[in-house]
Design a protein around this ligand. Structure first.
Ligand code: MG
Length: 242
């Protein structure tokens, strides 16, 4: 018996080594990812929900008060009409991939937070700042691509005013338990003009102009675009639910 043990061990080792030499053992074939047509820069992926493609504001409504969103549409572009107010999607979303294109006015007016200010709010609460941050200094955690007053963008990837810019946003919503306690934070990853500016940044809570972020339990909610008094334009807005 005493001599048998090493042989058994040797056989086990040989078996183990043999198992690790077959590449097929580590191939996974199921499930197979479904096919999505990636589209082109002007055409969304085949499984996207189109939120704005230039035709109408059917997917949008006013945030404050009831009624239709009345931002100006011209060509395939919609533009904030200052004073019309914020607009939000009629649909509510959880985790999403969001694509949108935005442009700040070519006529430079104002400075700092007053120049080309808008914003995209995930679930109505978490703002990725839109601002003309091209040679326009403001506080770093409030410039374009900031998660407003929570995370400074990794770099300033802004194009000049009047040029179209893209945001590709991956949003993971925060999770709350049945007692209303947040058990995992939301996350935001953002590419601006193809450049990573937020890398899985932890959302601290609601975006606040004054004071600390709050974490009151909520479910899926709308995407909001901000009327901050500047005629910022948008086009090609689509979303993929994750
Ligand atoms: Mg803003």
């Amino acid at each position: 018996m005493k001599k048998a043990l090493p042989i058994i061990i040797l056989l086990a080792i040989a078996n183990f080594l043999n198992a690790q030499t077959n590449p097929k053992d580590t191939e996974v074939w199921e499930p197979e990812p479904r096919v999505v047509d990636p589209g082109t820069s002007a055409n969304p992926p085949s499984d996207a929900i189109v939120l704005f493609n230039g035709n109408d504001l059917e997917e949008w409504e006013l945030v404050y008060g009831k009624g239709e969103a009345k931002w100006e549409i011209e060509g395939n572009i919609m533009t904030v009409v200052p004073g019309n107010g914020d607009i939000k999607t009629k649909r509510k979303f959880g985790d999403i991939q969001l694509h949108l294109e935005w442009r700040t006015p070519v006529e430079i007016e104002g400075e700092g937070q007053g120049r080309g200010n808008s914003g995209v709010f995930l679930q109505m609460r978490y703002e990725v700042q839109i601002l003309d941050s091209y040679q326009n200094r403001t506080y770093s955690n409030g410039q374009a691509g900031a998660i407003y007053k929570q995370h400074i963008p990794l770099v300033n990837a802004c194009k000049a005013p009047g040029e179209w810019q893209t945001y590709d946003i991956i949003f993971i919503s925060p999770r709350f338990n049945k007692d209303g306690i947040r058990v995992s934070p939301g996350r935001l990853t953002v590419l601006q003009n193809g450049i990573l500016i937020q890398n899985y940044s932890e959302i601290k809570g609601t975006v606040e102009f004054i004071g600390q972020p709050k974490n009151i339990a909520h479910g899926n909610d709308s995407i909001k675009l901000q009327d901050h008094g500047n005629p910022v334009s948008f086009r090609n807005i689509w979303v993929r639910e994750l």
